[in-house]
Design a protein around this ligand. Structure first.
Ligand SMILES: NC(=O)c1ccc[n+]([C@@H]2O[C@H](COP(=O)([O-])OP(=O)(O)OC[C@H]3O[C@@H](n4cnc5c(N)ncnc54)[C@H](OP(=O)(O)O)[C@@H]3O)[C@@H](O)[C@H]2O)c1
Length: 347
């Protein structure tokens, strides 16, 4: 099968690098175009980027010249790991020019015609694209990934919707790679916890409600769950941990919750998409798991690990969830979105 050419906007950043690593041996997609800021433009990729991943930089991508982040020469399908300060304008320009942009940035997530896609949870939200071109007047389209911690949270909450999910109280412990590169100064994070991430907590309720919402009558009806979040940055390299207390309408047992986590499957597993983990949510029985150092890379970083389920004296139950922020929370999630769109005939 001929490979589909793809471009990467923000190719030099933490998420951009993860795209390049994950696409190195992808069966369907081949990276042929890279875009970043003026700082990188015109340089070979190997010089433009501070490669932070443990796998070697793929030779064919190392030699590519980083181009201006503007439509013109890029392939039709473009993954974006652009900084949010510029993503709105640049991704919009690519969509206007006819590209399909799969974005990791916050700028278009809450647009009512833009899917906030997690293929296991809301593959049918791709139907929003029917309205997008008419509403926006774009020749192309934009599909978004949720915030990286919200992905770990909603992957754990989606199996629990069946019990009448009402409320979730959430505290995150987010890795430093979530702040991009060079990210948080070592002086600020070594031996420390920073109890504030600018603009992060505000994303939790609206994004969770949209992701878990139902597609009805041409729009997404938000799920009624109320979410309260505290977000912190911790000295962990990769993997966002989320501590969750939840309340349900129905009486539910721990066994029923664990069974729901472990049995959760979605469209990617049904279609056997190349990046789909066989079991997207895994409940770990060990009493001291999940841990980022041990569990973030499960199934290539695409599985969300859950553990420590116990009764909550304030709400009903509490547990801990963990997801790899630059894989399941960003580049891997965007690639899974593209795989779903390809198999659904949307690319
Ligand atoms: N890190 C994560 O875990 C994570 C997870 C989910 C979502 N996200 C989101 O993904 C996006 C990228 O995050 P990141 O962590 O990869 O950030 P990053 O490491 O700071 O990378 C940002 C990228 O944007 C490019 N860029 C900056 N200004 C630009 C401009 N004026 N024109 C064109 N390109 C420009 C940079 O290019 P240069 O190198 O040339 O400056 C770089 O490639 C952000 O919106 C972030 O919120 C991140």
């Amino acid at each position: 099968m001929a490979q589909i050419e793809v471009g990467i906007l923000g190719a030099t950043g933490a998420v951009g690098q993860q795209f390049i690593a994950l696409l190195a041996r992808h069966p369907w997609f081949k990276v042929t175009w890279l875009g970043a800021s003026q700082r990188s433009e015109g340089k070979p990729y190997r010089e433009a980027t501070a490669w932070r991943l443990p796998t070697p930089q793929p030779d064919d991508v190392s030699k590519l010249t980083v181009e201006q982040a503007a439509p013109g020469h890029a392939p039709k399908l473009v993954f974006s790991g652009l900084d949010s300060s510029v993503a709105g304008e640049i991704e919009g320009a690519f969509a206007r020019a006819g590209h399909l942009v799969i974005s990791n940035s916050k700028n278009y997530r809450m647009d009512t015609t833009v899917p906030l896609l997690i293929p296991e949870i809301n593959a049918d939200h791709l139907k929003l694209l029917d309205a997008q071109q008419a509403a926006r007047g774009w020749a192309g389209r934009i599909v978004t990934n949720p915030n990286c911690s919200v992905i770990a949270l909603t992957m754990a909450l989606a199996p629990l919707r069946q019990f009448g999910l009402r409320t979730a109280m959430v505290t995150t412990l987010q890795a430093i790679s979530g702040a991009g590169y060079p990210g948080v100064a070592s002086w600020d994070i070594l031996g420390n916890v920073v109890p504030f991430i600018d603009g992060e907590e505000e994303k939790f309720q609206p994004e969770t409600q949209k992701i878990l919402g139902q597609f009805k009558g041409g729009a997404v009806e938000p799920h009624p769950v109320v979410v309260s979040a505290t977000t912190t940055r911790v000295p962990v390299q990769n993997g966002h941990t989320v501590s969750v207390s939840a309340k349900f309408d129905q009486k539910v047992t721990p066994d029923a919750l664990i069974n729901a986590f472990n049995c959760f499957r979605g469209r990617p597993q049904e279609l056997q998409l190349p990046s789909a983990p066989p079991q997207p949510v895994v409940y770990l029985q060990e009493r001291n798991r999940p841990q980022p150092a041990l569990d973030a890379n499960r199934d290539g970083g695409m599985t969300v690990s859950v553990g420590r389920l116990r009764a909550c004296p304030v709400l009903d139950f509490k547990f801990v969830a963990l997801g790899h922020n630059t894989i399941r929370g960003a580049a891997g999630a965007a690639i899974l979105n593209a795989e779903l769109m390809h198999r659904e005939g949307i690319l």
